[in-house]
Design a protein around this ligand. Structure first.
Ligand SMILES: CCCCCCCCCCCCCCC(=O)SCCNC(=O)CCNC(=O)[C@H](O)C(C)(C)COP(=O)(O)OP(=O)(O)OC[C@H]1O[C@@H](n2cnc3c(N)ncnc32)[C@H](O)[C@@H]1OP(=O)(O)O
Ligand SMILES: CCCCCCCC/C=C\CCCCCCCC(=O)OC[C@@H](O)COP(=O)(O)O
Length: 285
């Protein structure tokens, strides 16, 4: 059958339109769109935060402003964050929080429980993330250069002093990098040296697996999603020395991994904590 040449162009355009509509509706496209919006929205919120934070200059109190600005983001993504064990946070003293690190989405769980005067320790590269980098700097976030172990360790040692003299708490991701494999990487020991040096307790925090609603590998990000953030009882470091650090790190990781498997709903564990009476809707236990 002979077709008018313009008809071929029209058919091709129709096909392209069909393909792009299919791609747009595909789960990968949704994943990319949602992640791009997530980063873009954070950059935008940081623009709002900067002038407010700048009034105080670089100050850990500014962390409250970032937290307030970020608290709504979970609603945009239909993620229900349930916090358990928040009563384990010591009310006044300094301490070191350690938590698992799955994705940049951890920010949502982190903001849900972030104690007052608590700052994360972050990779130096974050400083260059445009407005977000500047907002992080203004909020007193501590930056380390992971490529220079010596420098990173001396920053951590300074932090041990700051914890005590300026009454701050720090949040460390001891895996040292994001881990998408549905478990936990071996722990680096910086956070534990820090806690032992300052003789302050460690507060382990476990965020349940996101595999139900989010997977970077599969390019999948669906809604609704739910995540449990479990604050574990403090681990004392009183009287411990640097020789005790390896055992301390191993034992904290072991308790965190046990809880991670228990509260994750992706087949790694029962995940039944979210289904127990009082679980759903009960935000803080
Ligand atoms: C509205 C706007 C909103 C804006 C946006 C808001 C954003 C919020 C920000 C959230 C930021 C979150 C960012 C998260 C990250 O960036 S995670 C990546 C960075 N963090 C870490 O890496 C922390 C964990 N890493 C460590 O603790 C490491 O140990 C480190 C100190 C960094 C050193 O690492 P590395 O170079 O890989 O060396 P090792 O770990 O192998 O250590 C070498 C040996 O040194 C010993 N060690 C470590 N620390 C100490 C210390 N303080 N004192 C003495 N010795 C130390 C360590 O034990 C090793 O020796 P052994 O092998 O044990 O003998
Ligand atoms: C002008 C420059 C513009 C740059 C724009 C960069 C886009 C970034 C946009 C928003 C920043 C969002 C901040 C989210 C913070 C999440 C923290 C995070 O998850 O850091 C990763 C780090 O734990 C480990 O890194 P790696 O897994 O080792 O990698």
């Amino acid at each position: 059958m002979e077709l008018w040449p313009g008809a071929w162009t029209a058919l091709l355009q129709l096909l392209l339109l069909l393909l792009s509509t299919l791609w747009f509706c595909s789960s990968s496209a949704k994943y990319f769109f949602k992640m791009a919006f997530y980063n873009g929205w954070i950059l935008f919120l940081a623009i709002l935060a900067i002038p407010v934070c700048a009034v105080r200059g670089r100050n850990v109190e500014n962390m409250k402003i970032l937290r307030l600005l970020l608290l709504h983001v979970k609603y945009l993504y239909g993620i229900r964050v349930e916090v358990r064990g928040a009563h384990h946070f010591p009310p006044t003293q300094p301490y070191v929080v350690v938590s698992n690190h799955q994705s940049s989405l951890d920010l949502l769980g982190m903001m849900e429980v972030l104690p007052d005067r608590c700052v994360p320790i972050a990779k130096r590269e974050l400083l260059w993330a445009g407005s977000a980098g500047l907002a992080c700097w203004l909020a007193g976030i501590i930056f380390i250069d992971r490529k220079r172990t010596g420098d990173a360790i001396s920053v951590m040692s300074e932090v041990a002093q700051t914890l005590l003299t300026q009454d701050v708490r720090v949040w460390v991701f001891p895996e040292g990098t994001r881990n998408h494999n549905g478990s936990m990487l071996p722990f680096k020991r910086g956070a534990f040296h820090l806690a032992v040096q300052a003789q302050v307790p460690i507060i382990p925090i476990v965020m349940s697996s996101y595999q139900d609603f989010y997977s970077k590998k599969e390019r999948r990000f669906t809604s609704p999603g739910r995540c449990q953030v479990r604050v574990l009882p403090p681990v004392s470091t009183e009287g411990l020395t640097p020789d005790d650090v390896p055992a301390l790190a191993d034992s904290v990781r072991h308790s965190m991994l046990t809880i991670f498997r228990e509260i994750s709903t992706d087949g790694l564990g029962g995940g039944d904590c979210l289904k127990k009476p009082g679980g759903a809707g009960e935000a803080r236990l």
